[in-house]
Ligand binder design. Structure first.
Ligand code: ATP
Length: 812
């Protein structure tokens, strides 16, 4: 990886510890232009410098500072806007490094200068050509923030982890080489430097949300540095710590004199200072790293903005540890997914979230699906950005599912032991989590938001010697380095504001197109090792991280889609809902009616099948008989209907009873009348009989006389012939049968002389009727008495039976 940094440490003193800034931006620009011109002669340079010096001298007068000071906003204003202005100034003056150049005159022991070889003219954009620093070597001065206790700091910073004195911080107490140039450069940026300091003092508090907001507003890539602990292997190799982190923000890199093999610059290359958004010492926890670097991004992804986090660094510097971590100490990927699902769960009530994820690797310039390995994937670009055609996407419902997929993907990832790292990742891995959110706003519009979070664990840049030579590992290493070189080219082009960004130089940069320079919140975590044995790699990493700070992504774009429904649609939807509601209600009503009908049918069925309705039974039977009432069908009968039915039945029955009672009365009267008539007839007959007996007695005497004459019995002297019986006189009154008494209308009975006789009996006039036999005539009065008595008894027996017969209407 190319490094364009040439560092030189100077030792200067600034009493106030504040950086100096340029007072006149325009003059500074002119100067810078003059200095940048590669064809400028030494004389002209000197002229310009002298001119600039004069101008600065004038500007440094108190009356000249006043308006500038007035212009500079108060701290409170800076809180809100100052940072933006600073960033704007920074963006206009790409020549300025992240740390403000200072007045060479005021250089203190805490200040360092660095000589930088600017990028080649071919890489410059037209804008850069205008305002960039000259193509010649430029010396910039950096300020090391003064510690409240310099002596203690000195003592600390000059002692390495193993107790050795660090050369880099021991020797830079020198006079500046070119104080004039340095002062002239730094004068112009004095105020700027003050502003920056103020801003820095705010952002020193890493938890200050203002900083996050400001950095988000600027949409600059956030760059963090993480130092890993010294490894056992490194300790065993007697390595020393060459990195020191101060205030969780500043990184001091020191080169030990023993490590410097550049004898020409032995005295100059002693150390460097970098400032990042935050820097994590080796004691920082995974959670600390996550909450500072990625937590805000996760929140933004849920708001529909894309976010990317990538780890960059040399092999074995701790990238995979930071991104994946271990089971005990999960890394950014795991913590981000956990946080994501927690946040989704908290918001699950106000809409639907759908989480999809994919996991791929770029190995030896081929893209492979880690979740369903197969053939290499082809990258395509469409309106949405770069996509890997055929990449599998899994829907995840919980953190556990994502973890399982992550584990599965990591098993498929190419890792090999190398000399530098036992578990070296030989590929760049990209885990992409897509969160789709769908809800309705107050006006029933559908809001569809999609946020994409890319978590990238890059393979480590490595020197061929650090790994294996002429093996597959070296081929891998070459490819890794090539893709990282492409990445650094893209960073350079982006920083320099070039129109063409060479994303297509590698698969990695193609995939990172969204994250670098796209509409995306991007976080870069630069992992470094503390060992002085890897000083070169660490310096390289810090350099590119420092460069990346200047990349500005596109303005925020929220992937939010508002699907507005037309009024008619809304109306129709409303109508449909109403109709559905009405339909439901009608169905309920219908069910109720059907239930009623069924119960009525059951009731009527029960009433028809039962010998007496329950109600009637209850009325006609004593209360103890309630147990025998029919049960189920009647329970469903509504109470008023039941009562009404009962009343009707009772009324009917009462009428029946009345009719029957009337009938009984009529029958009784009839009977009484009949009895009376019969009694009269009996009496009349009795009278007639008594009269007839007397006359017959008289006639009998004569008959006997005549019979004696006709047939005389041999024994008795009476005449007995076969025809004698027939010649016996006809009975005057036939013997009355049961029917003769009870039914006057019997068809077989005819009335003869007021008497009822059987039809087979010859109608003979009583006068003409033969006289009854002597026996009958004698028995006649007794027979009639018995008959009358029998008739009375029979009448009383028959009456209740008849009534009973008529009182049973239900038997019909
Ligand atoms: N912050 C840390 N705390 C404790 N151990 C760490 C830390 N960072 C890294 N390590 C350890 O250092 C070793 C190398 O780390 P890691 O594999 O993450 O490096 P890498 O940058 O991913 O390397 P490569 O690019 O070769 O894959 C691992 O054993 C890891 O456990």
């Amino acid at each position: 990886m190319p490094v364009s940094t040439r560092s030189q440490i100077f030792n200067s003193e600034d009493e106030n510890g504040a950086t100096t800034t340029m007072t006149e931006q325009t003059e500074n620009h002119k100067m810078a232009q003059a200095l940048r011109n590669p064809h400028h002669g030494l004389k002209e340079k000197l002229k310009s410098l002298t001119l600039l010096y004069e101008q600065q001298k004038l500007a440094s007068k108190p009356q000249n500072f006043k308006p500038q000071d007035q212009k500079s906003p108060p701290i409170s204003a800076l809180d809100r806007n100052g940072s933006i202005k600073l960033e704007e100034i920074e963006s206009r003056n790409h020549k300025f490094p992240p740390i403000a150049p200072i007045n060479r005159n005021n250089l203190s022991k805490n200040q360092e200068t660095e000589t930088i070889l600017p990028p080649s003219s071919s890489e410059k954009s037209p804008k850069m050509k205008e305002n960039s620093i000259p193509n010649s070597r430029v010396t910039k001065t950096y300020v090391i923030p003064q510690s409240p206790n310099p002596q203690l700091d000195d003592a600390k910073e000059n002692v390495a982890a193993n107790g050795d004195r660090i050369v880099g911080f021991m020797c830079p107490r020198k006079a500046p080489v070119s104080s004039t140039v340095a002062r002239k450069l730094s004068l112009g940026s004095q105020i700027d430097g003050r502003r920056r300091d103020r801003r820095l003092s705010l952002v020193h508090e890493k938890d200050n949300p203002l900083f996050q907001k400001q950095s988000n507003q600027n949409n600059r890539i956030s760059v963090f540095v993480r130092l890993r602990p010294m490894m056992k292997r490194e300790k065993e190799a007697n390595s020393r710590s060459c990195v020191r982190i101060v205030n969780r923000r500043d990184v001091y890199l020191t080169e030990f004199s023993s490590d410097n093999h550049d004898y020409l610059r032995l005295k100059r290359l002693k150390g460097r200072h970098f400032t990042f958004d935050a820097s994590f010492p080796d004691s920082a926890s995974q959670l600390d790293v996550y909450s500072t670097t990625t937590a805000d991004l996760v929140e933004a992804v849920l708001q529909g903005r894309n976010g990317s986090v990538f780890c960059y660094g040399a092999t074995g510097a701790g990238k995979t540890y930071t991104m994946l971590g271990t089971v005990e100490n999960p890394g950014v990927m795991v913590l981000a997914i956990k946080d994501l699902f927690t946040k989704i769960r908290q918001r699950s009530l106000d809409g639907n979230h759908v989480v999809h994820l994919s996991y791929l690797e770029v190995y030896n310039e081929t893209v492979r699906d880690l979740l369903s390995p197969g053939r290499p994937l082809v990258l395509r670009e469409d309106k949405q950005g770069i996509i890997a055609a055929g990449l599998s996407q899994y829907r995840a419902y919980s953190t556990d599912e994502v973890m399982a997929l992550l584990l599965q993907g990591n098993k498929n990832r190419t890792t090999e032991p190398t000399r530098a790292n036992e578990t070296s990742s030989r590929s760049h891995a990209i885990l992409q989590v897509m969160i789709e959110y769908r809800t309705r706003d107050a006006s029933m519009n559908v809001i569809n938001r999609i946020g994409k979070l890319s978590l990238i664990d890059l393979a480590g840049s490595e020197r061929a010697l650090a790994t294996d030579q002429r093996t597959l590992r070296s081929v891998e290493g070459a490819n890794i380095n090539r893709s990282l070189l492409a990445l650094s080219s893209c960073i350079n082009a982006l920083v320099e504001g070039k129109k063409h960004i060479p994303y297509r130089n590698s698969k990695l940069t193609q995939l990172l197109k969204d994250s670098l320079g796209g509409a995306c919140n991007t976080v870069m975590i630069a992992n470094i090792s503390p060992s002085n044995l890897t000083f070169g790699e660490t310096q390289n990493t810090l350099h590119w991280a420092d460069r990346a700070k200047e990349i500005r992504n596109k303005a925020y774009e929220t992937n939010e889609e508002l699907v507005q429904e037309t009024e008619s649609d809304a109306d129709q939807a409303k109508l449909l809902l109403e109709v559905q509601k009405e339909n439901r209600e009608l169905r309920v009503q219908l069910a109720r009616q059907q239930q009623k009908l069924l119960s009525l049918q059951a009731q009527s069925l029960a009433a028809n099948t039962s010998p007496t309705p329950a109600s009637v039974t209850s009325i006609l039977t004593p209360p103890s008989s309630n147990k025998q009432r029919p049960k189920t069908p009647l329970r469903a009968t509504p109470e008023p209907n039941k009562r009404r039915g009962t009343e009707e039945t009772v009324r009917e029955l009462q009428m029946v009873v009345k009719t029957l009672e009337g009938e009984i009365e009529r029958v009784k009267k009839d009977h009484a009348l009949q009895l009376k008539k019969k009694d009269e007839k009996i009496r009349e007959l009795t009278d007639k009989l008594s009269k007839g007996v007397r006359s017959r007695d008289e006639g009998l005497k004569s008959i006997v006389t005549r019979s004696n004459i006709r047939n005389k019995d041999a024994n008795t002297g009476d005449i007995k012939t076969p025809g004698h019986r027939f010649l016996s006189p006809a009975p005057a009154a036939k013997k009355r049968s049961f029917w003769d008494i009870t039914t006057a209308n019997s068809p077989s009975v005819t009335t003869l002389n007021g008497r009822k006789t059987r039809s087979h009996v010859n109608d003979e006039p009583a006068a003409a009727a033969p006289a009854p036999s002597m026996l009958l005539q004698l028995a006649h009065p007794c027979m009639w008495s018995v008959l009358i008595l029998g008739l009375h008894i029979a009448n009383y027996i028959i009456q209740p039976g008849f009534a009973r017969q008529r009182l049973s209407p239900f038997k019909q």
